[in-house]
Every structure is written in C-alpha cells, then in structure tokens.
Design a binder for this molecule. Sequence first.
Ligand code: HEC
Ligand code: HEC
Length: 343
Amino acid sequence: MRLPAVIIGFSFAVICTSLAATRQADPLAEQQFKNIVSFKGKKASELIPAMEFMNASLKVQCSYCHAADRSSDEKAKKKTAREMIAMQKDINDKNFNGQNVITCATCHAGKTHPTPVPPITGLEVRSRRSSDVMPDQVLSAYAKALVSDATPAGGSFKLTGTTTSQGETAPVEATYSGDKFYILAHRAKGDQKQGFNGSTAWFTGPQGVQTVPLQYAEQYVRESTIFLTPESLPKLDSPSGGTSKIDGRDAVVVNGLLAGTKSRVSYFFDKETGLLARTTFFYPTILGSIEQINDYSNYRKVGGVQVPMKIVNHSAEGDSVQEFTSATAEPKGDATLFDPPKQ
Ligand code: HEC
Ligand code: HEC
C-alpha cells in the first residue's frame, strides 16, 4: 500500500522534530542540574557516565560522595572529588595535550587511597590507629615474650636450613648475635657469604668481598637480621599504636619513624603471643618510598629465647624465604665471624 504523501511528510516532520527535541533535551549540565561547578559547559547527558567512571575508579558507591540530595555539598569527599577533577585536567592539559591519559583510575586503581609506593601485592601493611594500643606496653610485653632466660652477652644463635629466592633453593647456615649476623648460603654457583659486624655490612660476589654502600646498608641490614634481644629491634621516634590482622590473626602495631631518620616503620606483634610477626620499612627516595616487608613465624624456644624459624622478605621484585630446621644457642660466639673476610 502506498502511503499518502501527506502522511510521509508528516512522519518525516515527526522524525525531524524528535531529533531536534533530543538535541534540545541535552542542555548544559548547569542548566539541568542544580550545583555544577566542575562540569560547567559539559552536556547534561555526560554527567552520569562521569559519575559511574568515578565510582568504578575508586570502587565506591554514589553515597561515598553524595548525600541523598545529589546537589548538596555536605560530604567532604564531593569537595575533594572536585579538586581531583581539576587536578586531572591540569595534569593532562600540561603534559598530555588535554587527552584523558592520567585519570582517577590511573592513580586510584580501585582504591580510595592511592598507594605512593611500588606495590607488593596481597599483603596487609596498613593498621588502624588505636589509642588503646600503648607502644610502651606492647614493646615490654614483646620483651617478656621473647626472652625468658637472659641470653649471655656475646652469645649467639646458629640456625641452619634453606633459603629460597627467584626459584632457587640453597642450604644456608646463619649466625646471629645482637644486631650482628653472618649468613653462608651454599648456592649452585658457589658459596655466598654476607654479614654485618655492627658497623660494616658486606657480602661476597663475583668481585670478592664488597661493602654495602651506606645508602643501602640500612635496608640491607633490616632485611637480613632477626631480633633475638628486645634491644636489637631498632628504636622508633614518635611511636603510635594501631591494630591490624596478619593471615587472619589479630595484631597490635607500633608505628613510628626509625630513630633519627625519615623512614616510616611499623612493627606488628601477634596479639596472642606478643611476638614480632611483621616489620615494614619505608625508605624515602627522591621520587617516593620503597617498601620492605619482613615476616617472622614458626617461633621455637632455643636457649630461653623465641627464635623465628621462618623468615619471609617480601619486596616488589619477589619474595625470599628462609626456613630453618635447626637452631642452637652458643654461650660464647666468635666475634670476628661478623667482620668482612680478609681478601
Ligand atoms: C568520587 C565522588 C563522586 C561519586 C562516587 C559520585 N559523584 Fe556525583 N558528583 C560528584 C561531584 C564532585 C559533583 C559535582 C560536579 C560539578 O561540580 O560539576 C557531582 C554531581 C552529581 C549530580 C548533580 C547534582 C546537582 O543537581 O548538582 C548528580 C545527579 C550526581 N552527581 C549523581 C551521582 C550518581 C548517581 C553517582 C553514582 C553512580 C555519583 N554521583 C557518584 C562526585 C561524585
Ligand atoms: C595523580 C593521581 C590522582 C588522580 C589523577 C586522582 N586522584 Fe584522587 N587522590 C589522589 C591521592 C594521592 C589522594 C590522597 C589519598 C590519601 O590521603 O591517602 C586522593 C584522594 C582522593 C579522594 C579522597 C579519599 C578519602 O577517602 O579521603 C577522593 C574522593 C578522590 N581522590 C577522588 C578522585 C577522583 C574522582 C578522581 C578523578 C576525577 C581522582 N581522585 C583522581 C590521587 C589522585
């Protein structure tokens, strides 16, 4: 059936008006919504998709930024979000020709608080501040839990087991005394030794004995040492208390700055045993901080002291695991063991 020209004409007109209507029905955001600051000049229809983008980038719901009345500014997060929108625009205008290269998602990656340090995935290293946790009390409970009989001065502990990193497992013998250590790993490519005598940290490599440069020594020592006297745990400036969980177990946390430095440190103690379960150290660099996480577990009582038989050093490059199978206490050790070997 042929439609009369008048009807065709009419329907064409209807289509034209409805297109025009759609155009008209997409006013500027500030015309349709009540309280537009950031998105002035954008189309009203672009507003909700942008909201969904923010939701997804931070993994939050609309209510994270909004009260029931979306136009209200009563939530502080909404104000922060406006500052962030301006910051995102500024970064992209200055560096990326105004393209949305750096976005909420780049920094936030599904979290409300972006991490300023290279991530070590899957580990809980944050703690909740708690005024109920007194650093002094936690540390003295730790001292009691750690040592039941005083270790003789100059005494040492000898541990043997394996060390595994980058897929290679090697037999290892380690001696610890106070803050000093000597570690000998029988690697496939030859024996590797490392040590710290209280002032010099060193290791053996293809070039023979090498001293660890001062700027790395701190990091190096913290990674390799274990704490078998309460005094060997480095002192913290302005300590504060917190709570956390490690592998599902409650932990009490002492946070602070490594005495005399700007390195942020946290000590996590198992709430039930009082023993050290994790240390985290943040070392500042000119671009941001590098994080180090060390875990201590499988404590065994040796000569009146609780010795961690398993140590895991986590880092962005991967984990290194020490698992000791035997531990003995030696009342008088050989102090020269910890010195760099003579070449
Ligand atoms: C990260 C914070 C944040 C999240 C999450 C968020 N919004 Fe918004 N929302 C804002 C900001 C900021 C504005 C103001 C924009 C401006 O100033 O141009 C706004 C404005 C609005 C407005 C306009 C209100 C008016 O009349 O002025 C609506 C509607 C709205 N959001 C809905 C939502 C919905 C729906 C969601 C969830 C899908 C959501 N928002 C998620 C931050 C957020
Ligand atoms: C260049 C990196 C960067 C970009 C891009 C960025 N943010 Fe942020 N944002 C941060 C940092 C850093 C913080 C501070 C977090 C803290 O205090 O721990 C933050 C904090 C926030 C907070 C407050 C979180 C809280 O709970 O206190 C909100 C909300 C937020 N951003 C929203 C956004 C939105 C929405 C966007 C995209 C429009 C965005 N951010 C883009 C880095 C960024």
